[in-house]
Write a protein that binds this ligand. Sequence first.
Ligand code: NAD
Length: 472
Amino acid sequence: MATIKKKALIIGAGTGGYPCAIRLGQLGVDTMLVEKAKPGGVCLNWGCIPSKALISATKLYHKAQHAESMGLSFGSAKVDMGKMQVWKAGIVKKLTSGVQGLVKGNGAQYVTATARFLAPKRVQLDYADGKPSDIVEAEHVVIATGSLPIEIPGFKIDQKRILDSTGALELDHAPRRMLCIGGGIIGLELGQTFQRLGTELIVLEGLGRILGNVDADCAKLVHKQIEKDGGKVLTNARAIGWQERGADLIVRAEVDGRLQEFATDVVLVAVGRRPVTHGFGFEKTGVKKSDRGFIIVDNRLQTNVPGIYAVGDVAGQPMLAHKASHEGEVVAEVIAGKKAVNDARQIPNVVFTEPEIAESGLTAAQAKEEGFEVQVGKFPFSVSGRAMAIAETTGFVKVVTDAKDARVLGVQICGPEASDLISEAGLAIEMGAFAEDLSLTVHPHPTLSEAVMEAAKQAIGEAIHIQNPKRR
Ligand code: NAD
């Protein structure tokens, strides 16, 4: 057993850990990144990337079947799910294999091993190939161990009939019926993916509405779309258990306090994720966790133990890949002795449902809760020339401003390409922009981005392509 000395050790090569290692390498810090499974973590292997591949393929399939009004028909479109999975796996492989190259190319060391704390800055590395274990002593340790799906009583995941997101992403066929427990991001992104392939979808959401953490008007449009596509959304609905009845899987649930049964073929459990702070000797570190199990960090991502940091899902909400990467880069600068802090004014939230939702900053409701008097500008895609030309006119852009000086407090976009359109809003909020800054920036025509400009104009009563509300 050899003892290796390192300046920085990162545990976990997901979207928090690997950008941290790359940046540390760039900054000339002697760094080791250790990962027990595949590089890229949940995002690249079992989350963002594979789900977006399936989402885009099924959207294309759906669009091809509904293009008659554009004068197009493609006969009977066919799905080869096996081939789609091979295509998806190819994208994942290309991206994950790039991670090791990037880490090494920037001067950091990548090691495949299971890390286990023996003491706060003493970590044992166990190798799967039987090689003797090593000990790493590091001045700085970054915990980037991510999160795992939450399981609920009565629905043990078997990845055959009771699936979590990992199992759903690997399905080699579209089930005839799918019941999603949880009307959050994962349940709806994946539920709608299979719905586009013809799966009958039922969503059981425990709270009073789906997508509880996004703007209510955006969530309503997704709710409507699921129902328009033949699905059912039940709110105040909690699944209790299931049993087999013939070939059917019968789910028992309490809906608005009344017991109901639902027949399905598979169940997707998507009720949230929990931080991973077990299985790697975390208790030996003395690092403190919050009541919800997240590692507590300061604005430099440092825990209560000097020299131990945490980034990404394990360090708190929101559990988003881009938040993890940003934190990884900040912590690298901190370790390298730079004056870096984690002071992002906004972290965009994007939901790849149909229609897409993307948000940056505060919703009107949140801004009011924070004591702002707000002025909201709204521009619907139904009057956007570009949205009409791509036949995707559902949705809107909302620009939430401070009524006092028209500073942009938040932007919510629901509709085509919302996920790409939102970055303009992110920049505006980071730079403390006013509605005039968005409104006076010349946007190219005809594009969807004009909707952001028009919504900003409407917030100050200057919209050109939509009526301005009468204000005092
Ligand atoms: P979520 O928190 O988005 O949604 C879970 C939903 O399940 C909530 O609406 C909750 O009220 C409901 N719920 C909880 N217990 C329930 C029960 N017993 N019965 C019925 N409903 C119940 O969680 P998720 O969809 O599992 O996603 C997990 C995390 O992954 C999220 O934090 C999300 O940010 C992240 N993620 C992000 C993206 C993206 O950025 N596009 C995509 C996928 C996942």
